[in-house]
Ligand binder design. Structure first.
Ligand code: ATP
Length: 237
């Protein structure tokens, strides 16, 4: 088993008694972006939440470095190097940006937390001027930067991003795409859910397409660009 890969195998999941994932398998490679595409309701968010331990699986395996992650609590999964940027650029709106970052690193020692905050501010230098601003007073793009920064604290090996650009202005989307590329180049494996398929396929080497709780395509981003009918049928399904 390759230690640079997060293995997800045969995930079965129900929500509200309804089957949502019907045996989903995928691999996320460290140091690369993997795109996860599919229409609303296909099960992408549920998959990411299940990998992060936020919702309970009926069955399936999630493994990294030969260790099972399935069945662990979210904070244990985080400690093992898998972090999530949930949908909707959520931040703690009453806390300052700096306190949002501190809260994300509450498991770190004070010294480690300082160096981690400095590291994420190197990635998003635009947050330096906002450290004392309340989370609730930020623009959507700034909130997404804080949300990604929170996930990056404690240097995860894998980062699962649920909707990078939803509702954000084109200039911000371009900036966030640049950062995702940089994060992957630094060695992190990024699973990217992104409504703009051209952005996702521009960043990703490998892509998966989901339809009604199943993976219906796994292959190179180039293949999906060359044959748009695969995506068209998934988005119309
Ligand atoms: N909290 C919930 N409780 C019960 N069912 C849910 C819940 N959230 C989502 N579902 C159902 O799970 C299925 C998959 O939804 P999910 O949000 O995972 O899809 P998605 O591909 O991420 O779509 P979207 O882009 O709309 O978030 C849908 O049928 C949805 O109705």
């Amino acid at each position: 088993m390759d230690t640079n890969t997060l293995y997800v195998a045969d995930l079965v999941l129900k929500r509200g008694g309804k089957p949502v994932l019907h045996g989903v398998s995928l691999n996320i490679q460290a140091g690369a972006v993997t795109a996860l595409l599919g229409a609303n309701g296909a099960g992408k968010s549920s998959l990411v939440l299940a990998i992060a331990g936020a919702i309970e699986l009926s069955s399936g395996d999630i493994k990294h470095k030969n260790q099972p992650l399935s069945g662990l609590r979210p904070e244990q999964i985080r400690k093992r190097g898998v972090a999530i940027v949930p949908e909707g650029h959520q931040v703690l709106s009453e806390l300052s940006v700096l306190d949002n970052l501190r809260a994300a690193g509450s498991a770190c020692s004070t010294r480690k937390l300082q160096s981690e905050i400095a590291r994420v501010l190197d990635i998003f230098p635009e947050l330096n001027a906002k450290l004392n601003t309340r989370g609730g007073d930020l623009s959507g793009g700034q909130k997404q930067m804080v949300s990604i920064s929170q996930a990056l604290i404690a240097a995860p090996q894998f980062l699962l991003i649920d909707e990078l650009s939803l509702g954000l202005a084109p200039a911000v989307v371009k900036r966030l795409a640049e950062v995702v590329r940089q994060i992957a180049e630094s060695g992190v494996g990024v699973l990217l859910i992104e409504q703009f398929t051209n952005i996702a396929l521009g960043l990703a080497q490998h892509a998966y397409v989901m339809e009604h709780g199943r993976i219906v395509f796994s292959g190179s981003s180039q293949q999906l660009r060359d044959d748009p009918s695969i995506l068209h049928s998934a988005y119309l399904a």
